[in-house]
Design a protein around this ligand. Structure first.
Ligand code: GDP
Ligand code: IMO
Ligand code: MG
Length: 428
């Protein structure tokens, strides 16, 4: 009963979409377990160039069932749009997409509240994707949420919606001075979603367990990344779910012993979108060069991504809490042609060298990175599919990262397309 989790190991956008697509050839199921349409996963394969937000990245392998688990928050209009767009491009979704009846709905008032709360924070804004993620998870935790299954019975939904909408409207009007939403308007939308989404809603957890019993291969697709984790990330500049391995189990109703592999996807450098501390951030020419070369702009919001050197303190923490059995290193090719490349191996905090990620809010802001510097390489790694194609300086850089992360690098991705990768050890 093999289940493998593929997790974002930094601040998101590590290339999870590419790696899930690359590794799902033998998968029976690909399952998202957290997040919503804040995610933007790019897949480039023989069927085209795709940006997925809610549909799992296994959808391009015809044998896969693609599951959105109980830990996911679902935005019906954008999901329906995504399904339509995939169908129009010849990707068969019918009977291959299953939404857990336990998943929660992102409602229009969650999107409104996300935007209102961000404006109210002013210069301390989180820089959210504005998709209603935080308010949807807050409502779930405070027992004011609506589950996807509630769309299947509109008669009982209406009084429930009145309750949840009254609660949301109180915040919209009394806290933020906004305009309340009308029950009839929101209910009309729910009725439309009920029709169009009902074929996709089902008993996802039971089906996952059944597949595992039959020895099926399940790939768990992470969204976001370890440093955006609500508990372990750079709080409060995080998302509102747990993209780490515990979240993977909770968000699909699987138990840890069913996971035979935990695969951490790291970029060969760092990026982050939105606010929050970023010790190795490069704000000058080098950062601009990486951003332009690598087209580091958000897949969901189009915002320029902040760029920085690889941070091994963060990477090691990410590895510690997730227990990676394998690491995938992406975007090595982006570093082709640099004279030298830096890795942050420690921080200086208040005049002292520290080797750990401080958990207290505010400390990280004052951490100054301590770097090791490595020579760059002239020969391109772009598109390499064999290890012996890598220049020796690139090999030295990768080896040092492996040592610092503390888990084996089993795949090195050298380009955005499906097969642009070097497999050192087969992992799925
Ligand atoms: P995700 O959110 O983790 O799925 O990552 P995104 O899709 O948001 O961002 C990753 C970007 O890197 C996308 O544009 C991918 O096409 C691209 N990408 C993935 N792996 C590689 C790689 O090895 N090299 C290069 N140059 N691009 C890559
Ligand atoms: P993928 O799956 C990068 C960031 C936002 C913001 C913070 C909170 O593509 O890696 P939210 O809308 O979740 O409340 O925003 O989290 N963020 C991401 N950054 N990649 C993502 O997803 C992200 N999802 C959320 O930019 O800083
Ligand atoms: Mg992304």
């Amino acid at each position: 009963m093999p289940a493998y989790a593929i997790l974002g190991a930094q601040w998101g956008d590590e290339g999870k979409g590419k790696i899930v697509d690359f590794l799902s050839e033998k998968a029976d199921v690909v399952a998202r377990f957290a997040g919503g349409n804040n995610a933007g996963h790019t897949v480039i394969n023989n069927q085209g160039h795709f940006s997925l937000h809610q549909v799992p990245s296994g959808i391009f392998w015809p044998q896969t069932l693609n599951v959105m688990g109980s830990g996911v928050v679902v935005d019906p209009p954008s999901l329906l749009e995504e399904i339509k767009s995939l169908k129009s491009r010849g990707i068969d979704v019918e009977g291959r997409l299953l939404i857990s009846e336990r998943a929660h709905l992102i409602m229009p008032y969650h999107i409104e509240l996300d935007q209102l709360s961000e404006s109210a924070r002013g210069e301390n804004a989180i820089g959210t994707t504005g998709r209603g993620i935080g308010p949807a998870y807050s409502d779930k935790a405070s027992r004011n949420g609506l589950r996807v299954s509630e769309l299947l019975d509109l008669n009982t939904l209406k009084p429930r919606l009145k309750e949840t909408l009254d609660h949301a409207n109180a915040f919209i009007t009394k806290v933020y001075g906004g305009k309340p939403m009308k029950l009839e308007d929101v209910f009309r939308k729910c009725s439309e979603w009920s029709q169009s989404l009902s074929p996709y809603i089902g008993a996802a957890e039971d089906i996952l367990h059944e597949k595992l019993k039959q020895n099926g291969v399940i790939v768990l697709e992470g969204a976001q990344g370890a440093l955006l984790d609500l508990d372990h990330g750079t709080y409060p500049f995080v998302t509102s779910s747990n993209p780490t391995v515990g979240g993977a189990c909770v968000g699909l109703g699987l138990h840890p012993s069913q996971l035979v592999g935990v695969i951490g996807v790291f970029k060969a450098y760092c990026t982050r979108v939105g606010g929050g501390p970023f010790p190795t951030e490069l704000t000058g020419q080098t950062g601009d060069r990486i951003r332009d070369l690598a087209q580091e702009f958000g897949t969901t919001t189009g915002r320029p991504r902040r760029v920085g050197w690889f941070d091994a303190i963060m990477a090691n923490y990410s590895s510690k809490i997730n227990g990676y059995t394998s690491v995938v290193l992406t975007r090595l090719d982006v570093l082709d042609g640099f004279d030298s490349i830096k890795i942050c191996v420690a921080y200086e905090l208040n005049g002292e060298r520290i080797n750990r990620l401080p958990g207290g809010q505010g400390f990280l802001q004052h951490c100054v990175p301590i770097y090791e510097e490595y020579p760059g390489w002239d020969k391109p790694t772009a598109g390499a599919t064999r290890f012996d194609q890598l220049p020796e300086e690139a090999v030295a850089y990768v080896s040092r990262l492996e040592e610092l992360i503390g888990s084996p690098i089993d795949i090195i991705s050298t380009g955005p397309k499906r097969h642009e990768a070097i497999t050192l050890r087969s992992i799925v």
